[in-house]
Design a protein around this ligand. Structure first.
Ligand code: 6R9
Length: 629
């Protein structure tokens, strides 16, 4: 690990360009008058009706922001721009994996979104409904999200890598009637077959009535009469007018639902709102990445992840940025694909994950150096702690030592950045540095007391913020239990990460302290992986743990107890790997299966994954007093 004294200072050029020149002054002000700070940010946006109260904290932990206010995120992400010179500015540049290119001005984006919105209305989608979106990375995915928001329906985007079972579970939990998909997308030169997966999911989803399919790959797909509609057919009908009123929403109305993995049981559908989320994503995006009108912003994430929602779509569009999106694999047809596109489109900010950086790093710097990527002025990282080797490569080879790296710590639950540098912040490679404005973040012991500098503890947020998730859909109790019960007395938000804060007040995230595994930045629950494993007829019990993986950050290692009378074999191990990947999706494919006779458990029957992990790493097993046997 890098010595925590080694600061990397921003260049004079970065300092001169920066809008926020000093972190400390604004930070102290934002803490002294938190509501005032957020009210100022909210005033930068348009509202149909201004709010009565900035923060309603009368019912902890169910905080409300900008109550009484009326808006719609589309009012600021699109409508507002149509009245200014932004109307003719590029909103969106998209490149398909085969090399096809599409561009949309804000004017053109509005037409697309209105058409899609009118189609949804014609299909009977109403304000308050939840529409499921399961798509490849094509422009229509973004149009679909924006169209839902525009008419006041909530979207639930399911990551295109998930299996039909995982998709069906999410459709059913949200009670979705309508799903939007595509025949497929292109990945590593091959078409994926998404509609097939949706077809299988719909068999398991009794609520499903309508499936809208965008034609992308042109592959043959099965379409059922009166249920399945081609998007281009609907678009050709008079119902698809390019004019559509934006629905006026209460600030606290649901904008979207996004499922994420928790430590136990079923995935949680986190609820985000129109008002607070608009303010929070746009403020964090603008200030952390010092967004200026001339920027070309590339958040290389999947829209099915919170990063895609907040920083590919909503934050940047509210800020009137030109966003870039790429459909396919980073190494297709050659490992210089990303650098070629940065050169071609003049990208100024690249925001991606450590996994992606490590993946590109292994091809060596000559691929980067073939292209002129000097348009880049800032870089960003998200999803997991970035290791020093990847940090240095990103900084030196990609950023040519002139682009500071914004290592942003946040979660699906937080809606946007919480611990993050600004361009002017002296960096320490591997540290997400300091809290964003309005935030008091702490590292605490079991009782909720701040621990001493450099001691490891639980990461907590000590205050409410506008971008916070409001609840878990349909389960207020679980929301309270998961995030607010551990430090109930102090009213701290419990993030589920362990961390330390050094003598300079810089935060170092160590990783999840609960049973969540981050594979290539994607969040998976051990419980889901284990339940996928035991759904195989030969498996009696399973335990999943994460071990360090060179590219993915963490890889899944699966311990399996077979049913009586069965013995493990190489073939069966392979079959189990395939089975988990099939049930959950390829992202959850374990690295290895280890056949075991027993698993370490507590007397209450809870699998002690930390013991398995310590053994696998040859580390001290720690306190075994609760171990049964
Ligand atoms: C945005 C996102 C949240 C978990 C979080 C933490 C890890 C995210 C990080 C980071 C270290 C960073 N995480 N950013 N760890 N440094 N810059 O990733 O949301 O998928 O909900 O995951 O990701 O463990 O608790 P989500």
């Amino acid at each position: 690990m890098m010595d925590s004294k080694d600061f990397v200072y921003p260049s004079q050029e970065v300092m001169d360009y920066a809008t926020v020149k000093s972190y400390d002054d604004l930070y102290h002000e934002s803490i002294k008058n938190r509501e005032g700070f957020w009210a100022e940010e909210a005033k930068r946006l348009e509202w149909y009706k201004p709010w009565d109260k900035v923060l309603d904290d009368s019912n902890h932990p169910f905080y409300k922001w900008f109550t009484g206010g009326k808006t719609n995120i589309i009012q600021n992400a699109i409508d507002r721009h149509l009245k200014t010179a932004n109307r003719n500015k590029l909103a969106f540049i998209w490149e398909g994996e085969p090399g096809d290119l599409k561009t949309y001005s804000y004017h053109a984006l509005n037409r697309e979104v209105c058409e899609f919105a009118n189609i949804l209305k014609a299909m009977g989608v109403h304000k308050g409904d939840i529409v499921t979106i399961y798509m490849p990375q094509i422009p229509e995915q973004i149009f679909a999200m924006l169209a839902c928001a525009k008419i006041g329906a909530a979207h639930s985007v399911v990551y295109g890598g998930f299996s039909h079972e995982a998709l069906a579970e999410r459709i059913n939990a949200a009670n979705s009637r309508v799903v939007i998909t595509a025949d497929g997308g292109f990945r590593r030169g091959k078409p994926t077959r998404l509609k097939d997966i949706v077809n299988k999911a719909m068999e398991l989803s009794p609520t499903m009535e309508v499936c809208i399919t965008v034609k992308r790959t042109g592959e043959e797909v099965y379409m059922e009469n009166d249920r399945d509609y081609w998007y281009h057919d609907l678009k050709a009908l008079p119902i698809a007018s390019h004019k559509c009123e934006t629905e006026q929403m209460d600030a606290e109305d649901m904008l979207f639902l996004l499922y994420t993995s928790g430590s136990t049981g079923k995935p949680k559908g986190l609820v985000h709102t129109h008002g607070g989320y608009s303010v929070y994503t746009s403020a964090t995006h603008r200030m952390v990445f010092d967004i200026k009108p001339e920027d070309r912003w590339w958040c290389a994430a999947d829209p099915g992840w919170i990063t895609g929602h907040s920083y590919m779509v909503y934050g940047p569009l509210i800020n009137g940025s030109t966003i870039f999106m790429y459909e396919g694999a980073p190494n297709h047809p050659y490992p210089d694909r990303w650098w070629r596109m940065i050169d071609k489109y003049g990208i100024t900010v690249l925001y991606t994950s450590p996994t992606a950086i490590r993946g590109l790093m292994r091809y060596g710097e000559s691929w980067v150096n073939r292209h002129d990527i000097s348009s880049l002025r800032l870089l960003g990282s998200v999803g997991e702690p970035i290791n020093p080797e990847a940090w240095r490569w990103y900084h030196e080879v990609v950023g040519k030592k002139k682009c500071p790296i914004m290592d942003t710590w946040w979660q699906t639950e937080t809606g946007g950045f919480v611990i993050t540098p600004l361009p002017v912040t002296p960096l320490k490679p591997g540290s997400a540095t300091k809290p964003f404005f309005g935030h008091e973040v702490g590292v605490v012991d079991e009782q909720g007391n701040d621990v001493a500098a450099n001691e490891v503890g639980a990461l907590v947020i000590k205050n409410p913020w506008p971008g916070m998730a409001r609840t878990i859909m349909g389960d207020d109790n679980r929301y309270n239990e998961t995030y607010w019960s551990k430090f109930e007395k102090q009213k701290y938000y419990h993030a589920g990460d362990s961390a330390r804060k050094d003598e300079d007040g810089y935060f170092w995230i160590i990783g999840r302290s609960d049973d969540v595994i981050k594979v290539s930045g994607y969040r998976l629950g051990t419980a889901e992986i284990e339940s996928a494993a035991v759904s195989h007829s030969d498996v009696a019990e399973a335990a999943a743990i994460a071990l360090p993986h060179e590219l993915k950050g963490s890889g899944i290692h699966l311990y399996v107890i077979l049913k009586a009378g069965l013995t493990g074999s190489k073939e069966l191990a392979k079959e189990l790997l395939d089975h988990v990947a099939k049930v959950m999706g390829p992202i959850a494919r374990p690295e290895e299966v280890i056949f075991a006779d027993s698993l370490p458990k507590t007397r209450s029957g809870k699998i002690m994954r930390r013991v398995l992990k310590a053994r696998a790493l040859g580390e001290d097993e720690g306190d075994l007093s609760t171990l049964d046997d």
